[in-house]
Design a binder for this molecule. Structure first.
Ligand SMILES: [Zn+2]
Length: 241
């Protein structure tokens, strides 16, 4: 997430009921590949199999207009005209820079155009991620797996985004047992589902160096959420199982 979310208008008028009512049911089959099949090609650094943690589905509206906006963005930045993301290869860790879950959910629901990086103009669609992990350990899913969210520059077409509710530092998340345990369980499960290597579990601040990074508009990330050392601590705990 980005600092600007602090000053962004929280559009509480977006009816939560409308968001929850959205059920696209359009998850590509690759997104639901059996863990057993995925496990056969899992690199050594990836958990071979992990159970799915409890997940609360609280989907944002992902309208036809938003799909068109996402596909147009994907064409400009990746030369792929699609709003689908069926083959994730990385997991991006963020924190919200907001005090609670509803504020970030409402922001994602609003689909407000957002800047890319310093100096670039606003573009659509607005930001979203796939999951938000609250301080109490509850995991809220924002969109079905297999849909693309605009959550990071350069890897939206290859990555699953996870936000942790936190105002200022991932160090606080690492010291919040229920939140970090939920995040670890979620990441382990996603790794086992999609054969994602632990080295591809990265912080937003590390995205420009990802082996999957590409942006045909020349954009680069300028965010600082989850430093390299904090991600190293998270990865170490991932491997502890
Ligand atoms: Zn971020």
């Amino acid at each position: 997430m980005r600092k600007r979310h602090l000053s962004a208008p929280v559009l509480a008028v977006v009816a939560a009921a409308a968001a929850i009512a959205l059920t696209t049911g359009t998850v590509p089959s690759a997104a639901t590949a059996p863990a057993a099949a995925a496990a056969s090609v899992v690199p050594a650094s990836t958990p071979a199999a992990a159970p799915q943690p409890p997940i609360i589905k609280d989907f944002i509206p992902y309208s036809a207009a938003r799909k068109r906006q996402m596909a147009a963005y994907s064409w400009r930045h990746y030369h792929q005209r699609t709003w689908l993301m069926p083959d994730p290869k990385a997991i991006i860790l963020h924190y919200t820079v907001s005090p609670n879950y509803p504020s970030v959910h409402n922001w994602f629901s609003a689909n407000s155009p957002a800047p890319g990086n310093a100096g670039t103009r606003n573009e659509s669609p607005g930001a979203c991620v796939h999951f938000v992990v609250d301080k109490n350990g509850k995991i809220y899913q924002q969109v079905p797996l297999g849909l693309m969210c605009r959550q990071v520059i350069g890897i939206n077409n290859r990555s699953i985004g996870i936000e942790f509710v936190e105002m200022s530092s991932a160090a606080n998340i690492l010291n919040r047992p229920r939140q970090v345990q939920a995040g670890l369980a979620l990441v382990r499960w996603l790794q086992s589902q999609f054969s994602i290597a632990t080295s591809d579990v990265i912080g937003h601040s590390m995205a420009n160096q990802s082996r999957y990074f590409v942006d045909y508009q020349g954009w680069r990330n300028d965010h600082v959420d989850w430093s390299k050392s904090q991600v190293k601590m998270f990865r170490a705990r991932l491997l502890l199982g």
